[in-house]
Design a protein around this ligand. Sequence first.
Ligand SMILES: Nc1nc2c(ncn2[C@@H]2O[C@H](COP(=O)(O)OP(=O)(O)O)[C@@H](O)[C@H]2O)c(=O)[nH]1
Ligand SMILES: [Mg+2]
Length: 275
Amino acid sequence: MSVDEGDVRTASEEGGPALSGDVRTHARAHVVLPAYNEAASLPPLLTRLAEVALTEKLTAWVVDDGSSDGTADVVAAGWPGLDVRLVRHRVNLGLGQAVQSGLRAVLAEASGDDVVVVMDADDTHDPALIHRLEDEIAAGADVVICSRFVDGGDDATAPPLRRLLSRGAAALFRRVLRFADVRDFTSGFRAYRVSLLARAQRHWGERLIEERGFACMVELLLKLRHCRPVVTEVPLALRYDRKRGPSKIRIARTVGQYARLLVRDRLSPAPHRAL
Ligand SMILES: Nc1nc2c(ncn2[C@@H]2O[C@H](COP(=O)(O)OP(=O)(O)O)[C@@H](O)[C@H]2O)c(=O)[nH]1
Ligand SMILES: [Mg+2]
């Protein structure tokens, strides 16, 4: 199995457009986009990200997870006004490994006060929220979750079965896990303080994300918990109406992964050595 871990490329035009005067100076947002066959969704999403890049220092990292639809070509073609990098898996390794490869690439380059944002590449998450995420981190949060389940959040555009899974998982995890302020445990749209991720990566190494599927979002939260992060939520209005094609989630498999994760978290309290 070959993973092009080192295959990270800059696809942006040299220089890019002139940036406006109120570009932020304190932090760069590194936006990780795990992408499996998202060639149709990436152009509108990268266009939205380029709009945010007019006022935020921003680098997009697309992790092409062994796509067969030309996802990598869309990125490699370059995107006007956006610093976009490509990380490639030659074969499909699943969402967990896609997120892990993206984080690894970002952490090799980011500085401690930068912000890492992970969001879906299916254009259902609005990049306009990145500004708010950076504000939360600047105000002291270590992890910010874009939440469908707080006032102002909304998942009404998602299909009923998809909503049931997210809501059921949220209710279960809220009961079982010790996260007082978290309502949306499985949202794929989150921001992390780089120094927190770097600390966790030093401890966990390649085991920072072991889940292959969608349960990786909960797994990462559980592992970061041991660093005692400040976790906040901001409202997310999910734009499932913009999704081209069906969700890639495998619901039965994901329910099994969630159950296994909970049992494992109970049986073997991590970390195994001090962080
Ligand atoms: N299902 C799936 N998604 C992947 C994989 N690798 C990366 N992804 C990305 O993970 C994100 C989540 O999938 P998505 O279909 O949006 O799920 P949903 O919106 O939560 O129903 C998308 O950006 C996918 O392109 C993979 O192997 N399988
Ligand atoms: Mg999605």
